[in-house]
Design a binder for this molecule. Structure first.
Ligand SMILES: [Fe+2]
Length: 144
């Protein structure tokens, strides 16, 4: 669980732009991971900057993913949007705690990043990739 986040082929959704953005999220999350647990003031400020970058890029990425879902007329767009909103609000709460120096949260944060990247991609983003592939292959029957 406190492995360094690392992108690998299991996470491929099959949509190039989404996959590239996920790669970048993992790269930033790796830096957040590396910055956690150190207790100097400098380390704490590096960590806060990395968390802020992760959250900013996540918002950019979610908006981009939702635009692609909209363009593809993805039937689960609204449910997916709700998941994104929920992740962002949890993440913002953590950011506030990071800013107020609540620094025994590194493990919790690390666990959250892992759940967020890994579970969200595996459980939800992949479904969008499958949908796009089925539509492209003319095998989408409208059942989900
Ligand atoms: Fe997503």
């Amino acid at each position: 669980m406190d492995e360094r986040p690392h992108f690998d082929s299991r996470f491929l959704v099959g949509i190039e732009q989404v996959d590239n953005e996920h790669r970048r999220l993992f790269e930033i999350a790796g830096r957040v991971h590396d910055s956690l647990g150190a207790d100097s003031a400098t380390a704490a400020s590096i960590s806060r900057a990395a968390v802020a970058e992760l959250l900013d890029y996540t918002e950019t990425h979610f908006a981009s993913e939702e635009r692609q879902m909209e363009a593809a007329a993805y039937p689960k767009l609204e449910a997916h949007r709700a998941l994104h909103r929920d992740l962002i609000s949890q993440a913002r709460e953590m950011e506030i705690r990071a800013e107020t120096g609540d620094y025994h949260m590194p493990l919790e944060l690390n666990r959250f990043i892992y759940a967020w990247l890994v579970e969200h991609i595996m459980d939800n983003d992949k479904k969008f990739g499958e949908f796009v592939a089925r539509v492209a292959a003319g095998r989408y029957t409208g059942e989900d």
